[in-house]
Design a protein around this ligand. Structure first.
Ligand SMILES: Nc1ncnc2c1ncn2[C@@H]1O[C@H](COP(=O)(O)OP(=O)(O)O)[C@@H](O)[C@H]1O
Ligand SMILES: [Mg+2]
Length: 246
């Protein structure tokens, strides 16, 4: 398969993606079919009942979990193909192309805010002065530059989640995968985080996939991925707003 059919703006494309856990009668078929493309600049919500396979899908896109079958392209680069599973250095891909944000922020408690943000870009070999400058720009952008030398325990939940988002952006990834990033926040803070993600997607031209259970956040997203009968389907946000929220 050539890359010619990919749009230039393609951030993520999957084709005939499948994920089964286990073998034989214990096999769990989580995702039997996924075909979709997400463009740079898009904020896409991933919404489905608990156990439907949201984290599984996210971890495959993040090159953390091997698919059972199918193909994945990130930023036009074929990163997974059943027939060439050793095609790419997945650790490098994870570090350089993908930013992760989780429900709990997972900041390192004994490092200050700035040190948390520069950790990964430094591991990628970016000089310290450059990483620091970039980190300070991000903190400034998020309105928490004055917290650079504070430790995570000194920040509020919303502030820590902003640091976690800054950390995800510090490596200038092509895609950001966020697994229930607002689950620990009240609705007001959740909306402000989602608006921020939307702004980041547009301004930095990254694709963001955000798992959420909260239908109130969907109007801020561009499109919706859901998992129905083990198939991943893509919907416009307008269609989902009318439906019963999970
Ligand atoms: N490592 C694993 N081994 C076997 N089954 C798993 C494993 N990880 C997840 N599952 C199963 O796959 C299904 C989807 O899980 P998950 O992706 O975590 O769903 P969600 O994030 O939507 O709640 C669940 O039935 C879960 O029990
Ligand atoms: Mg999950």
């Amino acid at each position: 398969m050539s890359n010619q059919h990919l749009s230039q703006n393609s951030a993520i494309r999957v084709e005939q993606l499948k994920k089964y856990y286990g073998e034989g009668k214990n096999q769990v078929r989580v995702i039997e079919e996924a075909n979709f493309e997400i463009e740079k600049g898009e904020l896409v919500a991933l919404i489905a009942p608990s156990g439907a396979g949201k984290t599984t899908l996210l971890m495959m896109l993040g090159c953390v979990l091997e698919p059972t079958d199918g193909k994945i392209w990130l930023g036009g680069e074929l990163v997974w193909d059943k027939n060439h599973w050793s095609l790419k250095d997945t650790r490098r891909l994870r570090r350089e192309k993908i930013g992760f944000i989780f429900q709990a922020h997972y900041l390192i408690p004994f490092l200050n805010v700035l040190e948390n943000i520069i950790l990964l870009p430094e591991m990628n070999g970016v000089p310290r002065e450059t990483t620091k400058q970039k980190a300070m720009q991000l903190l400034d952008y998020f309105g928490i530059a004055d917290k650079a030398n504070a430790e995570p325990s000194q920040l509020s939940g919303g502030q820590n989640q902003r640091v976690a988002i800054a950390r995800a952006l510090a490596t200038e990834p092509h895609i950001i995968l966020a697994d229930e990033p607002t689950a620990a926040l009240d609705i007001e803070r959740s909306v402000s985080v989602v608006k921020l993600l939307k702004q980041i997607a547009q301004e930095q031209q990254v694709a963001i996939i955000m798992v959420t259970h909260d239908g109130r956040l969907l109007p801020y997203c561009d499109r919706i991925l859901s998992i129905e009968d083990r198939k991943v389907v893509v919907k416009p946000t307008s269609e989902m707003e009318k439906e019963e929220v999970l």
